[in-house]
Ligand binder design. Sequence first.
Ligand SMILES: *[C@@H]1O[C@H](CO)[C@@H](O)[C@H](O)[C@H]1NC(C)=O
Ligand SMILES: *[C@@H]1O[C@H](CO)[C@@H](O)[C@H](O)[C@H]1NC(C)=O
Length: 300
Amino acid sequence: MRFLSAITSILSVVSAASLSRRAPTPGTLSQVTSFGTAPTKAGFYIYVPKKLAASPGIIVAIHYCTGSASAYYNGSPYKTLSEQYGFIVIYPNSPHSGSCWDVSSKATLTHEGGGDSQTIAQMVRWTTTEYKADTSKIFVTGTSSGAMMTNVMAGTYPDLFKAGIAYSGVPAGCFMSTSNGVAAWNGTCADGRAIGTPASWAQVVFDMYKGYNGTRPKMQIYHGSADATLRPQNYQETMKQWAGVFGYSYDKPESTKSNDPQSGYTRTIYGPMAQGIYANGVGHSVSIRGSDDMKYFGFA
Ligand SMILES: *[C@@H]1O[C@H](CO)[C@@H](O)[C@H](O)[C@H]1NC(C)=O
Ligand SMILES: *[C@@H]1O[C@H](CO)[C@@H](O)[C@H](O)[C@H]1NC(C)=O
């Protein structure tokens, strides 16, 4: 008996130690404070579902300006879907005043360049190791500034992500700052006056990770036609960019379908890796389509 209780108390000490090491509590939005070398102070919040899949997928869900990890956790459908499908959600939290993401500095627009994109990549790597995640099921999505960051993550870390969905953003690199400002606003881009060709926009992506020749995430881009914050021209420019990256013809898309996925929306498919959904009459807030996201990511 004595021996058994000694064993039991040793076991409970061991499990307490491993619990404190693995901070995230399943079923609760938890903060991870130590996750290797992170070049910026972006906060790392994580939702591990109570019903975690064996070899789970990961969705990185990135908030808008003035938002936060907890606001996006509460205001987006991913935590509910996470319980349904067993994937983990990473909610990064912007460290900048105004809580926009840094999508303007050279550092963030470069693979391992030392910006927010690298900090988010480090969150993904930590989670992948800690939970033995399935690297074929790692995705990124976001709204507004988070959508800009989604495009930046796809450009800077094509090796990490299998797909991205951007709700109302701008092309990767469109907010680049000539004075190398961090999390700087770029009115030229926001107003839809940064116009490029598919080749020039694709080059912006290629320059983010020079010499990379592996697979890249497939991209789905939503934008509202009445967006007064990030003008709708940004939709055209973003589609040029991903069509260009994948070598599709921007001028001759594979298909265009009205009232898809809902009345007033138009889906244009440029090829298997790039499609856009233009929401007629919708402003800057295109609602997240959670169950469609699950299909695009391959969970449903
Ligand atoms: C804004 O971005 C565009 C590229 O999209 C660039 O040409 C322009 O110089 C940037 N503006 C500032 C103030 O950095
Ligand atoms: C792709 O990049 C790797 C690493 O830089 C290089 O070894 C390989 O030769 C490249 N492959 C092609 C087809 O260019």
